[in-house]
Design a protein around this ligand. Structure first.
Ligand code: 1PZ
Length: 194
C-alpha cells in the first residue's frame, strides 16, 4: 500500500494539471483490502461499503480515462452529489484514504494508545461529520470488536518498528493524493462539505 501510494504521489506531483488515470488510482485503492482482513468481522460492513465504491469506479474506468472525466460528466448531468454517482463514490473513497491516514497518525502518536482509541479519534476527525447517526452508532459499537494493538501487528505481519515505517510512508504519500482529489472538486467550484 505504501509503495503504491508513493507511486501515485509521484505522479500527481509531476505537474499541477496532471491527469491521473482512474484505473491507476483504483489499483492502488484496491490494496486497502489487506487492512480489512486484519480488522475482523465487525468491520465487514466498512469493507463491503468501500469495495462497492471501488468496484463502481473500476467499472467507470472502462468508459472514463481520468478522475476529472467522471467529475466533468457528473457536472454536465448535475449528478455530482447524487447517491451512487461516480463523483460521489470518488469523494467517499477519498474519505476512506484519509481515514486510514488519520488512523495511522493516531496509532503512531503513542505506544499506549489502543487501536480502538486511535480508530475512534480518526473516525471522528475524518468521517463522522459526514455520516448519519445510525452509521456513527454502528461504527462506535464496532470499535469494541477491533483487535488490540499487538494483535493488529501480528496480523499485518509487522513489528512495531516496521509498521511505524510503513505507516509513515503511507501518511506522507497519501497526503498529496488526497489534496489532488480535493483540488479536482474545488477547481470546479464544488464545495467539500458532504
Ligand atoms: C484499524 C482501522 C479501524 C478503522 C475503523 C474505521 C471504521 C470506519 C467505518 C466506516 C463505515 C462506513 C459505513 C457506511 C457509510 C456510508 O453511509 C457512507 C456514505 O455512502 P453513500 O451515501 O455516498 O453511498 N459511505 C462512506 O462514507 C464510505 C466510507 C468508506 C469507509 C472506508 C473505510 C476504509 C478504511 C478502514 C481501515 C481499513
Amino acid at each position: 500500500m505504501a509503495e503504491a501510494f508513493e507511486e501515485l504521489s509521484k505522479l500527481v506531483k509531476t505537474c499541477p494539471s496532471y491527469h491521473l488515470r482512474l484505473i491507476t488510482f483504483c489499483d492502488a485503492c484496491s490494496l486497502v483490502s489487506v487492512l480489512f482482513g486484519c480488522l475482523g468481522i465487525a468491520f465487514k460492513f466498512a469493507e463491503l461499503e468501500y469495495v462497492s465504491k471501488i468496484r463502481d469506479l473500476l467499472e467507470a474506468s472502462k468508459t472514463y480515462d481520468t478522475l476529472e472525466d467522471i467529475i466533468d460528466r457528473d457536472i454536465e448531468n448535475n449528478t455530482v452529489r447524487s447517491a451512487g454517482s461516480h463523483s460521489r463514490n470518488l469523494r467517499r473513497v477519498r474519505q476512506g484514504l484519509d481515514l486510514i491516514r488519520a488512523l495511522f497518525e493516531q496509532f503512531l502518536l503513542s505506544d499506549d494508545f489502543s487501536l480502538r482509541e486511535a480508530a475512534s479519534a480518526a473516525y471522528s476527525q475524518v468521517c463522522a461529520p459526514y455520516h448519519t447517526w445510525a452509521v456513527r452508532t454502528a461504527v462506535s459499537a464496532g470499535m469494541y470488536a477491533l483487535p488490540v494493538r499487538e494483535q493488529l501487528l501480528v496480523r499485518l505481519n509487522e513489528n512495531g518498528q516496521s509498521a511505524e515505517k510503513q505507516m509513515r510512508r503511507y501518511i506522507n504519500a497519501s497526503l498529496p493524493v488526497i489534496a489532488y482529489i480535493d483540488e479536482l472538486y474545488m477547481a470546479r467550484n464544488i464545495s467539500l462539505d458532504w
